[in-house]
Design a protein around this ligand. Structure first.
Ligand code: PGA
Ligand code: ZN
Length: 427
């Protein structure tokens, strides 16, 4: 039974304020979680409550802390922590607006996740096991997507494309994925160094993208995979997050780096050429969130050979997932708990995607913390993928490392391997 809920201001990986919630049960058990924060947000995702004004760039969260203290805590007191659905329904009843702008999605997600942690601790189970048991899933370690170059909103728009990532579907364990990725990450760094192009790392820990074109980043990624002793397209494949809403909309796509403007058909042609030229098995937000026709056309043309993930396009919303399926847009969904605002809505979205035969990728945000909830969620829900940024900086590594601890409990054989990419040419 929930006895008290408190919230405090803590700081994220960019040094920005965010919300941490503590949920205490009557028997003294504690659950704790921290809200992450995105930089390339979808317009339909839950809105963070930020104070505005000039202090801390307008980003302070005193209002969100007030939401927890004055509204959410009293409403949840006395409820059972293991009834996540009832807890989340009670939160939603306080703020029925779809974007949660009264309470703030940062307040709701911190509390919702902290309740999940409290219930797991109360049951004496690790979070991944509790998630699997509560939601009737078979746990498995996810297939990671790991960023090598950061771009877009995470790198001052130095290149237009946001994430240049690798996946290792041919690995036989989670541990092996990380070893292979580490070799590629440092091979990429050495290539950049040899060209005098090392300029630190972007928001999610990937190398800062000092390139003359977006495609040069892809070429360099292929070179890094080769330098690491791998044959691109065999054990290792490429995954891209285009984050097209950041440079496209209203039917126009503008690549600033190449001073090039295209319509939706042009964007699809360009990406189609990349799919032919590089071993790309997964692509996220290839078209803008206001371009359903483009997304459906892209899926019609390439959906039988590449995973097409909706992030900004679907904002972890089950209704939007079903709508997209009807329109023939996307074949996978990104699951960001703070886009939905509660655990229950995120699971509902996961289930909607799963019911459609879609893939799902549990994902971090570009503003992260030491919170490792998503490593457990991805494992507990099973059969999926995990995206947390690159292979440096502890707010990223803490998620990968947590999966290694889970691997010790669950066993190496519980790695999902390449199964999520069965629909791509890799499978
Ligand atoms: P964000 O972006 O966390 O900065 O919004 C991450 C993504 O687009 O996947
Ligand atoms: Zn994205």
């Amino acid at each position: 039974e929930i006895q008290s809920i408190t919230a405090r201001r803590v700081w994220d990986s960019r040094g920005r304020p965010t919300v941490e919630a503590d949920v205490k049960l009557a028997n003294g058990v504690l659950g704790r979680a921290i809200a992450p924060a995105g930089a390339s947000r979808g317009t339909r995702e839950a809105i963070e409550r930020r104070d505005g004004g000039t202090r801390l760039g307008g980003r302070d969260v005193q209002g969100a802390l007030t939401s927890v203290r004055d509204r959410i805590a009293p409403a949840l007191a006395g409820m059972e922590a293991n009834d996540q659905a009832a807890v989340d329904a009670a939160i939603l009843a306080l703020d029925p607006s779809p974007l949660k702008d009264t309470l703030g999605g940062n307040a709701t997600v911190a509390v919702s996740l902290a309740v999940l942690h409290a219930a797991a601790a109360d049951a004496g189970k690790p979070l991944w096991r509790h998630v699997a048991d509560e939601f009737g899933r078979t746990p498995s370690l996810p297939l990671p997507e790991i960023q090598i170059f950061g771009g877009g909103a995470h790198a001052g728009r130095r290149v237009d494309i946001q994430d240049f990532m690798v996946m290792v579907p041919g690995a036989s364990s989670f541990d092996e994925v990380l070893e292979v990725t580490s070799e590629i990450y440092f091979a990429a760094g050495e290539i950049m160094a040899a060209k005098g192009r090392v300029a630190g790392v972007a928001d999610e820990g990937g190398w800062w993208p000092v390139f003359d074109s977006n495609e040069e980043a892809l070429e360099t990624l292929v070179a890094a995979i080769e330098k690491a002793g791998e044959k691109p397209g065999e054990r290792v494949v490429i995954s891209l997050d285009i984050a097209a809403s950041e440079f496209g909309g209203e039917g126009r796509y503008r690549l600033a780096l190449e001073d090039r403007e295209m319509d939706s058909a042009g964007q699809i042609e360009m990406l189609g050429r990349w799919l032919d030229a590089y071993p790309i098995a997964s692509i996220e937000d290839p078209l803008a969130e206001d371009d359903p026709e483009g997304m459906a056309e892209f899926t019609r043309r390439f959906g039988d050979r590449v995973q097409i993930i909706g992030d900004d396009y679907l904002v972890t919303n089950a209704v939007l997932v079903r709508e997209a399926a009807e329109q023939g847009a996307c074949n996978a969904v990104l699951i960001k708990v703070n886009q939905a605002g509660t655990v229950s809505e995120s699971i509902e979205t996961f289930r909607a995607a799963d019911g459609l035969g879609w893939g799902s990728v549990v994902s971090a945000r570009s503003g992260e913390t030491e919170d490792v909830s998503i490593s457990h969620l991805a494992t507990g829900l099973g059969g999926g993928q995990l995206k947390v940024g690159s292979f440096s900086r502890s707010e990223r590594m803490v998620k990968w490392n947590e999966c290694l601890r889970i691997q010790d409990e669950l066993g190496e054989a519980a790695f999902v391997g390449g199964a999520p990419l069965a629909r791509t040419w890799w499978g």
